[in-house]
Design a protein around this ligand. Structure first.
Ligand code: ZN
Length: 215
């Protein structure tokens, strides 16, 4: 099997985003668990290929374990709103940039976290059990040499690592929030502006926002 070069480019990632549903050669739709091969055909043409067509790739950039998106994608004509203070609007216009806040600066510290706050204990115990089983069934593991204390300590350490990587994800994830609605919302005015008499709402569509991102 061809080595993955992992040489992502923005254009290639956009291509994948827009063609991820089926093989760009034979048209076969991907389903959960399939392998999607992303890369270049001869002549540097982009392609997302199924297993059967993957031999056509001259360069394999990456193989994805294909999964359905975990969220519902808005349609291009869906109306999006963003409510903000006037000062933020002025800053946005003068910089010609959208502001993306790091996920770990959000007021709700569990934004982007695994599970939700009141379920954290359940999740922790789920992961602890999972790690215990993984330690006991790891290839080449000699169970007779493991004490209960050791298994407990090792799975705790793995749990700490997973919690820490969640924190890292929040540091490295940037968010711009938009509200999908066909109508203006009074609740949103109140939620997203310090002073409603000095705030504005801007309106766009999911398609326009996407085009602004890819240009
Ligand atoms: Zn194919």
């Amino acid at each position: 099997m061809q080595e993955m070069t992992l040489k992502h480019t923005r254009e290639l990632d956009i291509f994948y985003n827009e063609h991820r549903k089926k093989c760009t050669n034979c048209g076969q739709g991907f389903t959960e668990g399939d392998c999607a091969h992303l890369g270049y055909l001869t002549g540097r043409q982009y392609a997302v290929l199924c297993d059967k067509c993957s031999h056509l790739l001259e360069e394999t950039v990456v193989r994805y374990h294909w999964q359905e998106l975990e969220y519902e994608e808005p349609l291009p004509d869906d109306m999006l709103w963003r409510y903000m203070d006037l000062s933020k609007f002025i800053s946005m216009i003068s910089r010609k940039d959208l502001y993306f806040a790091a996920a770990n600066t959000f007021e709700d510290i569990f934004e982007g976290a695994k599970g939700i706050m009141d379920k954290k204990e359940d999740w922790d115990s789920f992961y602890l059990d999972f790690f215990k089983k993984a330690i006991l069934t790891a290839p080449g593991q000699d169970i007779s040499k493991l004490t209960d204390e050791q298994i407990k300590a090792d799975s705790k350490q793995l749990l700490n690592q997973i919690n820490k990587s969640g924190e890292k994800d929040r540091e490295n994830t940037y968010i711009s929030c938009w509200h999908l609605n066909s109508y203006e919302s009074e609740a949103m005015w109140k939620l997203y502006s310090k002073d409603v008499t000095n705030a504005i709402a801007i309106q766009t569509t999911a398609g326009h926002l996407y085009e602004a991102w890819i240009l």
